[in-house]
Design a binder for this molecule. Structure first.
Ligand SMILES: Nc1nc2c(c(=O)[nH]1)N[C@H]1C(S)=C(S)[C@@H](COP(=O)(O)O)O[C@H]1N2
Ligand SMILES: [Mo]
Length: 320
């Protein structure tokens, strides 16, 4: 069903329509594209992606058939305020400053089996999948990113939430020595984000370890981040060290810094403007230029078919 006057590119569970060999070919194409991205990039980017950074993956469901944004743009036009507020700052700073091993992720709170995962154990918790998702920043730009990860639900099930677990809070590393952005109070550090438990369990929500078939570049949230494709990019916390199951709706960093601008849900909603700008359209990274058209922003970033039922009966103007 299409709720919008324009014809939306519909996401189809690719596993439903593409046999394995088509998937394989598509993945090979992605890998070739990644290689081209590397060839065209600076040596610094090459250094970030030595051979051996490849992750073993299998094709996952739900991928968009849209063309992925070039790797160079995905890795060099980035928001990661821990490394500076400029779009180029994270690519400049994070590769040298962030140490991603050893790394552990503490899973705690309202769960029967709390556990601290070493990152390399966490990586092995479920098979890694290729999933190409759109990413929509609240700043009205978007990208198509070939992520590598597995459903967040796999981790949630492993720790067995109790009946009191209603929300999940994600926390990014706090270390001003590695993260120079944390030396200024641009946000209330550490960066935190939250999801309702059923949102976290949705099969689209991803725990991501890589992109373009390789280990995540530091600036994109290494060694592990959240990806929630139907919400604005900022819901997808990077470089996380803690996942906590709680009963009360947690505050997130953006709500704390500007409560009238950012709510808890932060679903992509073209009908709900940011107080300072419209959310009706977006610019796709890589499509800049004199004649490039802005794209209409789609409800739930184009994932309405999969996620709208999570919000049935809710006033999405109020719960933004
Ligand atoms: N810890 C942390 N996570 C973060 C951010 C941040 O500043 N710090 N920025 C968010 C925003 S605003 C966006 S749009 C996405 C961007 O992810 P990408 O740059 O890897 O595409 O990361 C999100 N996760
Ligand atoms: Mo963003």
């Amino acid at each position: 069903m299409n709720h919008y006057p324009w014809s939306a590119p519909r996401d189809i569970a690719a596993s439903e329509i593409t046999p394995q060999d088509v998937w394989r070919r598509r993945r090979d194409l992605l890998q070739a594209a990644a290689a081209v991205g590397l060839v065209g990039a600076m040596p610094r980017v090459l250094a970030q992606s030595p051979a051996g950074n490849r992750l073993p993956t299998k094709p996952g469901p739900f991928s968009t058939m849209e063309r992925p944004t070039p790797r160079k743009l995905i890795t060099e036009y980035v928001n990661f305020y821990e490394f500076g507020t400029g779009k180029g700052d994270p690519a400049k700073n994070a590769p040298q400053l962030l140490r991603t091993r050893p790394w552990s992720v503490q899973v705690e709170g309202e769960v029967r089996k709390p556990r601290t995962f070493d990152i390399d154990d966490l990586l092995k918790l479920a098979p890694l999948e290729d999933r190409v998702y759109r990413l929509r920043c609240v700043e009205a730009w978007s990208a198509v990113v070939p992520w590598v990860g597995f459903p967040l639900a796999a981790l949630v099930r492993r720790v067995e939430p109790t009946g009191n677990a209603k929300f999940v809070e994600f926390t990014t590393l706090a270390d001003p020595r590695q993260m120079p952005g944390q030396r200024s109070p641009v946000l209330d550090w550490p960066y935190t984000e939250g999801l309702r438990l059923d949102e976290a369990m949705h099969p689209l929500a991803l725990l991501a370890f890589g992109l373009y078939g390789e280990v995540l570049p530091n600036q994109n949230g290494a060694p592990v981040r959240i990806v929630v494709p139907w919400k604005y990019g900022f819901k997808s916390a990077k470089s996380i060290v803690r996942i906590r199951f709680v009963e009360k709706q947690p505050l997130n960093s953006w709500q704390k810094s500007a409560p009238h601008e950012y709510g808890f849900y932060s679903n992509v909603n073209p009908a709900h403007d940011h107080p300072r700008w419209s959310q009706a359209t977006e610019r796709r990274l890589g499509e800049d230029g004199l004649f490039s058209r802005r794209r209409p922003t789609l409800m739930f970033n184009g994932y309405a078919e999969q996620v709208a039922s999570l919000y049935a009966g809710m006033d999405l103007q109020r719960f933004y």
